[in-house]
Write a protein that binds this ligand. Structure first.
Ligand code: NAI
Length: 307
């Protein structure tokens, strides 16, 4: 099979970037999110205005000229409640909604009812095992389903983790991997269906360890990132900058999902913490780059110290 069209569901940090990247490969792509009928934004604007936030977010996620000037026309941002039937025509549907198994399950039931038979459905989940995602769905869904885990930002990060289940059609995995390699410029790594796959199984451990150390030693974010940034091979952001990029609000979902699925003796359990500072920052909207800022911008809650 060949992938000639795509849809991305969830126009957040990842979905908007993935849609932009697919569009720039010359593939028509729909980008859908939730825009409730009666929604009003803070200024009282109604739904049609609020619906623009999906494309605004997309344009902010990637450098604007990249989308604006070239292939932006290929991306049609829309509302999932109105536009679900658009999925009937597409070859590949990427799910990039919040890291919440119940939300993903509900969405799969709806899109399975309208999608084209044989179209590929893939999840961008960071940590949820594939076997949990297909649980309770029919055989047809399991045959067409896999995980395609992009990294942030999707345009620049070359790695793509692909996880297939025991029922996934080998032809679908082959088609998707070939497409990702030749059209999206990704380096595909096939992973086993284990919690956090490869990169996040390792990454969440060292991110948590670095945060714990910084808090215990009372370091500023700058001091902490000076140690665990460039010297550890993450020169642009460091650990706290990476948390800002990923989104603080995603962190509890990721850690809870891992705690639900990791083996009893996994070392991550011993170091896991959900710092009160993080909880407060999320509650106040300091979710990182996608919010009012995070550790590196407008960090009212933290006052510069990691405690
Ligand atoms: P986000 O919170 O930025 O965006 C999620 C979007 O999904 C929101 O716009 C929300 O309105 C939408 N949404 C929620 N329920 C929906 C539904 N039923 N139908 C349509 N849209 C819905 O989340 P983010 O960070 O983009 O994460 C998305 C997925 O990608 C998660 O599974 C996450 O674990 C994974 N991921 C995130 C990375 C990151 O760096 N943030 C990196 C790699 C994977």
């Amino acid at each position: 099979m060949e992938i000639r069209s795509a849809a991305v569901i969830g126009a957040g940090v990842m979905g908007s970037g993935i849609a932009a990247h697919i569009a720039n490969a010359g593939i028509p792509v729909f980008l859908l999110d939730i825009v409730p009928q009666d929604v009003k934004d803070g200024r009282g604007n109604d739904r049609s205005v609020v619906a623009r936030t999906a494309i605004d977010r997309m344009l902010k996620t990637e450098p604007a000229p990249f989308m604006h000037k070239r292939n932006a026309r290929l991306v049609t941002p829309g509302n999932i409640e109105d536009d679900l039937e658009k999925l009937a025509g597409v070859d590949w549907i990427v799910e990039a909604v919040v890291e919440n198994p119940a939300v993903k399950a509900d969405l799969y039931a709806r899109l399975d009812a309208v999608r084209k038979p044989g179209s590929i459905v893939s999840s961008n989940t960071s940590t949820i095992p594939l076997k949990n995602l297909v649980e309770g769905r029919g055989d047809g869904f399991a045959r067409d389903f896999m995980i395609t885990h992009f990294f942030n930002p999707p345009r620049y990060m070359r790695l793509l983790e692909v996880v297939a289940g025991p029922d996934t059609r080998p032809g679908a995995v082959e088609a998707l991997s070939r497409f990702a390699d030749t059209r999206l410029g990704k380096g595909v790594v096939r992973c086993k269906d284990r919690p956090g796959f490869i990169a996040n199984r390792i990454g969440t451990y060292w991110i948590q360890a670095a945060i714990n150390q910084a808090m215990d030693l009372g370091l500023t974010v700058e001091e902490a990132d000076a140690v665990v940034g460039r010297p550890m091979g993450i020169p642009k952001t460091g650990v706290f900058g990476l948390v800002d990029l990923v989104g603080l609000d995603l962190m509890p979902y990721v850690s809870r999902s891992l705690l639900n699925t990791l083996p009893a003796d996994d070392p991550y359990r011993a170091i896991h913490r959900e710092p009160e500072l993080f909880t407060r920052m999320i509650a106040e909207g300091y979710t990182g780059r996608k919010g009012k800022g995070g550790f590196y911008r407008l960090n009212k809650s933290g006052g510069g110290r990691v405690k």
